[in-house]
Design a protein around this ligand. Sequence first.
Ligand code: ADP
Ligand code: MG
Length: 328
Amino acid sequence: MATLPTVHILFENPAWNPPLLDALEAEGFPYELHYLVDGVLDPSTEPPEGIWINRVSPSSHTRDHGHTVTMAREILFWLELHGRRVINGLRAFEFEMSKLRQDLILRKYGILTPRTVLAVGTKNLVEQAQTFDGPFITKHNQGGKGLGIHLFYNADQLEAFLASGEFDAGPDGKVILQQYIQPPEPYITRVELVGDRFLFAMRSRTDEGFQLCPSDACQVPASNPDVCPIDGEDSDSVGVSTKFSQSPITADDELVIKMLRMIAAEGIEVAGIEFVQGADGLRYTYDINGTTNYSGVLGKQTGIDGMREVVRYIKHHVVPQLAGLRAA
Ligand SMILES: Nc1ncnc2c1ncn2[C@@H]1O[C@H](COP(=O)(O)OP(=O)(O)O)[C@@H](O)[C@H]1O
Ligand SMILES: [Mg+2]
């Protein structure tokens, strides 16, 4: 068997690496880690050969890495200009960095979303808030781990909050106002997709707040600055996931089919897409995660190791594709 190409991992949060590295080792891939917090890029140089995977998260700035996202944009451009194969490359990255753009593509593929508006500036925020009939939430356009999420019942409440000086408009001042969909059952569903495949869907309990990263590394107290500050463990003492459970959704679900069509057409190869079911029975989709993480506890229960599936996708789809390109 021919030797496998090196997989280059562009990352910012080391806590999320172990499941990916384990999977790469298990499938026999050599890999190189590229820690992206600041750096240098000389355009006269060429990127190393191999397959690249982008694992840079929109929440990097909350781990004191305020320059990661801007540097990642340049590096991804450089990689793609040189024809490097990047999994979740620049186009996918720009979707992950903007909830507005996520809403635009979801709608383009006929996927129902909560009413969503982007606003910059206090005056615009208040004016737009007045156009919502019921409760709404604010979010950072460059989101991740529930950043900037607050629930309001009317525009006056938002105005008072803005006046208090406690409001954080996020890394670039772009704020999303979004219709709040109150789930009758306290969970959201996250659909995990890789390439043209549905892996599984997961329910996440929402009764503990808005921060729902499934990574095992994020199920620890906020005292560790390198991980998502979700309070509470994901598992009870016998290792059964209490926060995450498998959803009954299957690959032939109409919503899953639309999501797969969307990611294929828009250049997203690895995605965890979230929806919430409202009291009207409709499913509203609101978040596309490219730097998706998988709950190891749930993986043990379902027998599906998400990262292993990502690496198998690289092995069985991306590697042959590259070999085909070279041969042509
Ligand atoms: N429109 C909405 N209606 C009800 N709950 C929502 C809505 N949008 C987000 N949430 C809740 O907040 C969580 C975080 O929001 P999300 O848009 O996924 O941001 P992030 O990118 O930070 O994960 C969601 O998983 C869900 O529980
Ligand atoms: Mg989310």
